[in-house]
Design a protein around this ligand. Structure first.
Ligand SMILES: C[S@@+](CC[C@H](N)C(=O)[O-])C[C@H]1O[C@@H](n2cnc3c(N)ncnc32)[C@H](O)[C@@H]1O
Length: 348
């Protein structure tokens, strides 16, 4: 057995106000059960030189194990502990772009970027596509994408990203941001559509479609990524996205606090759980068999059990292995956030 010590990003403590270690321990446990064959022991908090670490035992980690663990959302560094000394483990993150893709945008209502990465990771690791996390191009849909935090994280991983949000201000802000960023960073890209969309002769929303490549070599090899963002009500998602084309649905549902869910169909301030009841069956049809959906929700307004029932009645299987029940944490007085993940059964 080898002892490992994981150093958490200092910023995570600010983000999660005290819950960073327990959330990271739960995320590590999800990585372990999904792609390490359960090799990592439950992590414990220790202090070395006055600095807290999360420590666990495992057989010697192989480069392919480290390729997964490098992407733990709050990981700063990983060390092997030998005779009380820490020796750094070489880690290469999946990141395809500079991290300002994720960090530049600042606005009220932004889902924290570390939390977004956590949500994407644990959704992916519950899916049948987990073994391909660092080697395959997956397709991620955020059907309540706001100004694109999940889309940017998916692009960062080299995946295709699709998003829907009905808020025109959010759509316009993300459209302006991503077009400027791609140009300023001299990223090879092509805007293949940017304008209104019509369905049955009527205006149905706006759409931006961009193909991009992380480098000239990637572009030459045809390894491009697709970014597709639509401004429309998410319950109409089927009009913009073909059935069974999405590997993962990852979203941060409205918290029912500052800006409640809004829907053209449901009028102003639709309750978050009503929005989920209307939208989850639609999202489920877009998922490939073996795919997974991960939803962050404010349990003070949308109880986990209610969300689980909505997912189950859409034919999805809520994941309730122990680490998936350890993501509940307080954000502020009005928000106690949790993550619920469900799988679409693989094709038989
Ligand atoms: C918690 S926010 C997501 C924030 C996003 N992750 C980000 O970082 O920008 C929830 C989003 O759901 C959107 N929304 C609520 N109801 C919707 C509906 N029926 N159709 C599409 N989007 C909706 C809101 O406009 C809001 O942007």
């Amino acid at each position: 057995m080898t002892r490992y010590a994981l150093l958490i990003l200092p910023s995570a403590n600010r983000v999660y106000s005290g819950a960073a270690t327990s959330l990271t321990a739960a995320e590590l446990a999800v990585f372990s059960e999904s792609v390490l064959g359960g090799a990592a022991s439950p992590a414990e908090v220790t202090k070395r030189g006055g600095v807290p670490y999360l420590e666990f035992d495992a057989g010697q980690l192989r480069p392919e194990d480290c390729a997964f663990l490098a992407n733990i959302s709050s990981l700063y560094a990983l060390f092997e502990v030998t005779g009380g000394l820490l020796s750094p483990v070489e880690l290469t993150r999946l990141d395809h772009y500079d991290d300002d893709l994720i960090t530049i945008q600042k606005y009220q209502g932004k889902t924290n970027e570390q939390f977004t990465k956590l949500l994407l990771n644990v959704t992916l690791l519950a899916s049948a596509f987990a073994p391909g996390m660092v080697s395959r191009k997956l397709t991620v849909l955020d059907p309540l994408c706001g100004r694109g935090t999940t889309l940017n994280q998916a692009l960062m991983y080299g995946y295709d990203a699709a998003g829907i949000d009905e808020d025109r201000k959010d759509f316009d802000a993300y459209r302006a941001f991503i077009k400027t960023w791609l140009t300023r960073k001299r990223i090879k890209h092509k805007v293949s559509y940017d304008g209104p969309v019509r369905r049955e002769g009527k205006a149905a929303g706006r759409r931006l479609h961009v193909s991009l490549a992380a480098s000239k070599d990637e572009q030459k090899a045809g390894r491009t990524q697709e970014l597709d963002v639509v401004c429309a009500d998410t319950v109409r998602a089927r009009e913009f996205c073909r059935p069974e084309t999405v590997d993962l649905v990852v979203t941060d549902a409205p918290y029912g606090v500052q800006h409640g869910g809004r829907s053209a169909a449901g009028g102003l301030a639709r309750r978050p759980q009503d929005l989920l009841a209307a939208a989850v069956p639609v999202w489920a049809t877009l998922l490939r068999p073996g795919g997974a959906v991960g939803i962050a929700l404010n349990t003070l307004v949308a109880p986990r059990a209610e969300a689980a029932a909505v997912l189950a009645s859409a034919g999805l299987e809520p994941v309730d292995s122990p680490p998936y029940l350890r993501f509940r944490h307080r954000v502020d007085q009005a928000i106690v956030r949790d993550i619920i993940v469900a799988r679409k059964p693989p094709a038989t």
